[in-house]
Design a protein around this ligand. Structure first.
Ligand SMILES: [Zn+2]
Length: 232
C-alpha cells in the first residue's frame, strides 16, 4: 500500500519517497504526492530524481505506480525525490472541483444523474442523463456555478464511517457509483453546494477556479448530454 500524501495535503509539490519496487519503467514508492489515473481524472506527471514520470496509475493492492518515460535503475529502499508538474496538477484540481460543482447544480435543478466525466488540464467534460435538453437553461446553471465561485465557498475533505456517509442524500451522484468497499469513505464537501464520496484531488476554495467557461453542449443519444468546459 502506498501512503497517499495528496490525501493529507493536496498542495504538496515536492516530496521524498522510499523505493518499494522498480521494474523496467514502473516504480512504486512507500509514499507519493502523485495522484493515479482513475475516477475520470488523468494521472499526474512530473519527475522522480529528474527522470520524467509520464503517467501515474493504480497498481496491485493499494499501490500507486509511477510510469517513467524511460527505464531507470532505482535501487529498492533508496530514497528518491519526487516533483509534480504542479501547473498541470493544479489545473486538474480546479477542473475536478468545477465538475463536482456543475454536477451538483445540474442534479439539484434537473435531477440528472452524472453518467461519466473526463477531467483533463485543458478541457474537461461531464456526461449526464437528461431527456429535455435546453441550451439556455444549461448556460443559466453554469452561471449559477460561477456565482458560487465568486462567493469563495470552502472545499473540505474528511473521512466518514461508510454507513453514516451512505445515509447522506446524493453522496454518490454518478449513475453507476459503487463506493469502494472500505470502512471509511473519503468525503469531499463544497460547503453549501455539494457533498460527495470521492478519492480525487481538489482545491481548498472555489475561488481558485476563477471562472467556468462552457465550451460546447452535445447530444449523445436519447437522454445522454455532454458538456465541455474550460477554465482561464
Ligand atoms: Zn470527483
Amino acid at each position: 500500500m502506498t501512503r497517499k500524501l495528496f490525501w493529507e495535503d493536496m498542495y504538496i509539490k515536492d516530496f521524498t519517497g522510499k523505493v518499494v519496487s522498480a521494474e523496467g519503467n514502473q516504480v512504486v514508492l512507500d509514499q507519493t504526492a502523485f495522484n493515479p489515473r482513475g475516477g475520470g481524472l488523468v494521472g499526474d506527471i512530473g519527475f522522480l530524481e529528474g527522470v520524467k514520470v509520464a503517467d501515474t496509475v493504480k497498481g496491485d493492492g493499494d499501490s500507486i505506480v509511477h510510469v517513467l518515460e524511460s527505464p531507470a535503475a532505482f535501487a529498492v529502499d533508496a530514497n528518491v525525490q519526487g516533483k509534480l508538474d504542479w501547473d498541470r496538477r493544479h489545473r486538474i484540481m480546479r477542473m475536478h472541483t468545477s465538475a463536482h460543482l456543475l454536477s451538483a447544480i445540474f442534479n439539484k435543478k434537473t435531477g440528472a444523474l452524472i453518467t461519466g466525466n473526463q477531467i483533463e488540464p485543458e478541457k474537461s467534460r461531464i456526461d449526464f442523463s437528461l431527456e429535455n435538453f435546453d441550451r439556455e437553461r444549461m448556460l443559466t446553471y453554469c452561471g449559477e456555478a460561477n456565482e458560487a465561485i465568486a462567493k469563495s465557498a470552502p472545499v473540505k475533505t474528511y473521512f466518514m464511517k461508510r454507513d453514516d456517509a451512505l445515509k447522506i442524500p446524493g453522496i454518490t451522484k454518478l449513475a453507476s457509483a459503487a463506493p469502494p468497499d472500505v470502512q471509511e469513505l473519503r468525503i469531499v464537501e463544497i460547503e453549501g453546494y455539494d457533498i460527495q464520496a470521492d478519492g480525487g484531488v481538489h482545491i481548498k476554495n472555489l475561488n481558485e477556479i476563477v471562472k467556468i467557461d462552457p465550451l460546447k453542449f452535445e447530444n449523445k443519444g436519447k437522454s445522454n448530454r455532454r458538456l465541455y468546459f474550460t477554465l482561464p
